[in-house]
Ligand binder design. Structure first.
Ligand SMILES: Cc1ncc(C[n+]2csc(CCOP(=O)(O)OP(=O)(O)O)c2C)c(N)n1
Ligand code: SF4
Ligand SMILES: [Mg+2]
Length: 351
């Protein structure tokens, strides 16, 4: 539940950071009406507001695409870098080394990540850079007017394109194969789940990969295609009902749930994710199980959603370096210049 208070002398509700929901918004969207990406931006605004995140502590990243335009439509007060096509991971890695106290929030597309950006994607995942990595996956290049992407299904028939004959890339499987520490799949048509997964992803220390099926209503939304609203609504198989509980909040939901069906996962900041399994017990800390359910879903054409895998114990990239507490981008010349005797010592060792 969100904790809010009325702002003095007004009816506006503010969160524990003293900010109103409007403080988390961005510019009005220029994307098509009904685009899944707009729905995800709305959930990003809600998740950040409800988590009391200070916008100035967040850096937004993206590549190129309709999806990659989205950071303009939320968190105007944050820092941001709209980078080159497929190059979000290297820009984000550098920036988050520059300020290792900042949280990264990246929005990419299926083309940006799984086509041109695949190499960079695999490396940011294995390095476990501390950021949320959202792929707004519509199975098509929306911005360039409807070409097949690497996640388009075999047999997809698109106007001006013909029939796709290539096997698709599964972004979650690619993430897991690269040793991701957080892998989730969701559907823009299920905003509640998107929001709770976003909160868990924001609390995760490391790269949190969120593959969100986000229909392109202009180029790939036929009822029988795998990235459409209709197909998603008919074929979604959520693994669990997911609820994010902030560190300071008492866990009250557990008592309402059937014991055997509830699984709790503790995150490094003291928050908890509660998963109420809808079918057989699913353990998201078991990598083998995650691969098994993804393969089962692939064979049966199910849109499996939820937290597929999490390992909250692995360090994030910058935890593994002996960094100063002051972020590197705030160190002055005086901080960085070695004392004369140290320079002499180094020179004597080298020459
Ligand atoms: C180096 C380079 N190659 C190609 C392009 C053209 N281009 C722009 S966006 C895009 C595809 C975007 O697709 P996706 O990431 O799926 O985003 P969507 O628009 O579907 O949200 C392409 C090929 C480019 N901008 N830069
Ligand atoms: S072209 Fe597709 S992906 Fe791009 S804004 Fe329109 S609906 Fe969204
Ligand atoms: Mg796309």
């Amino acid at each position: 539940m969100t904790e809010t208070l009325p702002m003095a002398g007004t009816n506006v509700q503010v969160n524990l950071a003293g900010l109103a929901k409007n403080d988390y918004r961005g510019n009005p969207t220029t994307l098509c009406q009904g685009c899944g990406h707009n729905s995800i931006s709305n959930q990003i605004v809600s998740a950040l507001f409800e988590m009391n995140i200070v916008p100035e502590n967040v850096i937004k990243f993206s590549g190129i695409g309709c999806s990659s335009k989205s950071p303009t439509y939320f968190m105007n007060r944050s820092f941001g870098f709209n980078s080159l096509h497929g190059r979000m991971p290297s820009i984000a890695t550098g920036a988050l080394f520059g300020d290792h106290h900042a949280k990264g929030l990246g929005v990419s597309g299926d083309g940006d990540t799984a086509s041109i950006g695949m190499g960079q994607f695999k490396h940011i995942i294995r390095r476990n850079v501390n950021m949320v990595y959202i792929v707004e996956n519509n199975g098509v290049y929306g911005l360039t007017k409807g070409q097949f992407s690497a996640t388009s299904e075999v047999g997809l028939s698109l106007k001006h394109q013909g029939v796709n004959q290539y096997m698709p890339v599964d972004i979650c499987m690619e993430g897991l194969a690269s040793n991701a520490t957080f892998v989730a799949r969701s559907f823009a048509g299920n905003p509640k789940q998107v929001k709770e997964l976003l909160k868990a992803a924001l609390a995760h220390n490391g790269t949190a990969l969120l593959d969100i099926i986000s229909p392109c209503v202009t180029f790939n939304n036929q009822d029988n295609t795998f990235h459409s609203y209709a197909w998603g609504k008919d074929h979604e198989e959520p693994l669990h009902d997911i609820t994010y509980i902030a560190p300071r909040n008492e866990i009250v939901l557990e008592r309402e749930m059937d014991e055997g069906e509830v699984r709790e996962v503790g995150l490094h900041d003291g928050s908890t994710v509660i998963l109420k399994n809808l079918e057989k017990g699913y353990d998201p800390t078991n990598r083998f199980e995650a691969l098994r359910v993804m393969e089962e879903a692939r064979r049966n054409n199910w849109l499996i959603t939820g937290l597929l895998y999490i390992d909250p114990t692995k360090p994030a990239l910058t935890d593994t370096y002996n960094l100063t507490d002051t972020p590197l981008n705030r160190l002055t010349q005086a901080d960085l210049r070695p004392a004369p005797d140290k320079i002499d010592l180094i020179n004597s060792l080298m020459f």
